[in-house]
Design a protein around this ligand. Sequence first.
Ligand SMILES: O=C(O)CCC(=O)C(=O)O
Ligand SMILES: [Fe+2]
Length: 367
Amino acid sequence: MDVRSAPPALVQDVVAQLNERGYAIVERRSAPAVMQRLLDEVKPWADRAERLQLKFFGGGLRKVESVLTKSSAFVSLLADPLLHAINEAVLGPESLLNGSSVFILEKGGRDQTIHNDGTIYEPMVPRAPGGPHYLLVFMWAVTDFTKENGATRAIPGSHLWPAGRMPGPDDPVDYLEMPQGSFAVWLGSTFHAASTNHTDQARVGTQMGFNCGWLRPHEANLLLVPPLVARDMPLNVQEVLGYRAHRGMLGCIEQQSPIEKLGMIAQQASSSNRVALGPDPFDVAAATDQYFGRLGTTVPSDVASELAQLTQTNAARAGAAREDDREVLEVVARAQSRHLLNHLSAGGFDDLVEALHDRTVSASPSS
Ligand SMILES: O=C(O)CCC(=O)C(=O)O
Ligand SMILES: [Fe+2]
């Protein structure tokens, strides 16, 4: 049972601050150990996340998305009854998680452009100062947030601005400084942004946004028609079920349309009996051998195992007397090549993987 509670006075205080300033902070809500666990759990993805390219992000930010599936510490933060009580007070009952991400802000770059998160809906849902609200965003301090290390900054009162008013240099900003384990919460209409990290340590925050629960289809289409069924349906049916992200921003998995992320278009393209496309298995084995020979390092054990299997199949294929046997062994070799490439990608040998993909030729069915 969750022993955490949502004292009504605290909820009222947070809601009053949201109404007045557009943001609020609750200090030390979660234990530092939970934050450390979150950092450990997302590390494999965080290590590989690249700096966000759009100028909007300021150049110092890296981001991990779909954190819900990557960190049980995140899930325990999400279960905090205080969040749910604040959501209910602001968005109405039965709100829905809008997204889960980790923002890693490192030294360098410039302040992120001031924005309000509701802009992803604004072309469709015009800004209405003072509400009703349809988006509420919580940012947990996974590390301390200080002015020096790039704490999020917000323009107090900007949630009351009329549509069309944009921030200017004279608008006051508050830095949302808070110790590790605290959270800040802001309305979808409040202008805010990451600032610049001037320290050598990364500033890490994990964000969970919520929407009012009514703006969704009547039926739970993505559950009714799971990817393995949807992939055989026409493209326009896949899209209307929700496998396409709206304007590339709503309904994503890690910043892509589900259709792209799940490779559903590729599935359709290869639904014939052709041998799947990919680099030639003889090339893959030879190039991998050469690559590690040149590097002069030990081949990681998983790569070595995949390479040994592929080399064995290639040899059997080259030596097979019958056309039928060669054909079957080609299927095996192509599958083993793909697995070898997966292991090379997982090991971070991206230059080799890219070089091999560049050599990709259409495999014609040996007929
Ligand atoms: O990392 C931050 O402090 C804020 C990031 C943000 O507001 C955003 O990207 O929408
Ligand atoms: Fe934002």
